[in-house]
Write a protein that binds this ligand. Structure first.
Ligand SMILES: C=C(O[C@@H]1C=C(C(=O)O)C=C[C@H]1O)C(=O)O
Length: 364
């Protein structure tokens, strides 16, 4: 390509950027207007709701439907995600607590869901994320709930039994693990590998094949594992890109997870009910009395009404030994008439039924 051609293209890009800049500013001014209208419509004592996850899901879907390339739908939606995040921050920056420390996959999930224009607060444990939301210190919390290789995150499920929370959204994140080392690591003398127990489990076969005799040490988070490696010459960590970047570690081996489609699902917890978008999921907790056929009775109304169950998980209940509660996720919103009917039917048979929330299905 000639210098001349390159110059002409750059002039074109500069002119397009100017237009994009103007359009983004117009959009931001619109969001400011939305805030003004929302404030004006408030009844006395009413608290304004600036963040509307159902609206954001619709905006992102529309972008994906209309996108004609060459950028992929996901890439385009990611850009719009950040634009919306900045526009919302003009109205009112959200405070979001997540399972920390900095550099965890939960932080990456929080950024994927809310964009980067939020005030984020790392918490040391899942339960603390719940407490922070209950106390009103933050608007939302982000916690892991299940991994496609390792299954349920029990701490999160159990926290729902203890706190009254609304699930406002879900995020799915592809999880890639790397074997990370520091500047001082002697690669032929590695005697221990640090990581979170879930990540060690997700890389079990790879570790058996490559480091069968090296001690595996479970620590509180992948970020904590990465941090430890910095000060030791004989250790390595298993963690993701964010932790590697944060602690300046090098990848000795990349994408070492046993399953190439390894993914984790995270929940957004808050106090705000989310209206239907037409493409929603609902999560409920049900406890049944301990009698033959109880689980069958619970599932029949879903089957009879053709409702798609996406997940069912059993946890010990808090009310007695060998009694259980069921966590059930299904497609639909609890305000849909069909779903309403099913939940009424179930509550007649159940000892207790609690709707944890209805929320837009993950868009990205
Ligand atoms: C602008 C609004 O407020 C927020 C910002 C949005 C945006 O930038 O598109 C969308 C939903 C809200 O979270 C709105 O309610 O439409």
């Amino acid at each position: 390509m000639s210098e001349h051609e390159l110059k002409a293209l750059r002039v074109r890009i500069d002119s397009l950027d100017e237009k994009i800049l103007e359009l983004i500013s117009d959009r931001a001014r619109c969001a400011e207007e939305v805030a003004r209208v929302k404030m004006a419509a408030l009844a006395e004592g009413e608290v304004p709701v600036f963040y509307r996850p159902e609206r954001e899901a619709q905006v992102l879907k529309r972008v994906m439907e209309r996108n004609k390339g060459p950028l992929s739908n996901e890439e385009m939606a990611r850009l719009f995600r950040e634009v919306m995040s900045s526009c919302l921050a003009l109205e009112n920056p959200l405070k979001v607590a997540y399972l920390g420390p900095e550099g965890t996959f939960t932080q990456a999930a929080a950024m994927k869901h809310f964009g980067h224009a939020v005030i984020s607060k790392p918490m040391a444990a899942i339960d603390e994320v719940f407490r922070e939301v209950v106390a009103g210190a933050v608007n939302f919390g982000v916690v892991p709930v299940e991994n496609s290789t390792e299954g349920a995150v029990n701490h999160t499920l159990d926290s729902f039994l203890e706190h009254d929370m609304v699930i406002c959204g879900e995020v799915e994140l592809r999880i890639h693990h790397h074997l990370l080392i520091g500047d001082n690591t002697k690669t032929d003398s590695i005697t221990r590998i640090y990581s979170h127990a879930q990540s060690l489990a997700q890389c079990r076969k790879w570790l058996d094949a490559h480091y069968p005799n090296v001690e595996r040490i479970a620590v509180a988070s992948n970020a904590e594992a990465a941090k430890r490696v910095k000060g030791e010459w004989n250790s390595a960590a298993i963690a993701g890109d964010m932790a590697a970047g944060l602690y300046g570690l090098e990848r000795l081996a990349e994408k070492i997870e046993d399953r190439p489609d390894n993914a984790t699902r995270f929940l957004i917890i808050g106090n705000q009910e989310v209206p239907p978008t037409g493409d929603d999921k609902t999560s409920v907790i049900v406890s049944m009395s301990n009698r033959p056929g109880a689980l069958h009775e619970l599932l029949v109304p879903f089957h009879d009404n053709g409702i798609d169950l996406t997940r069912i998980e059993t946890r010990p209940s808090r009310s007695g030994k060998w009694t259980y509660v069921f966590f059930i996720d299904f497609i639909g919103h609890h305000r849909d008439p069909l779903i309403k009917g099913v939940l009424e039917q179930i509550s007649q048979e159940a000892v207790a039924l609690k709707v944890l929330g209805s929320y837009p299905k993950a868009v990205l």
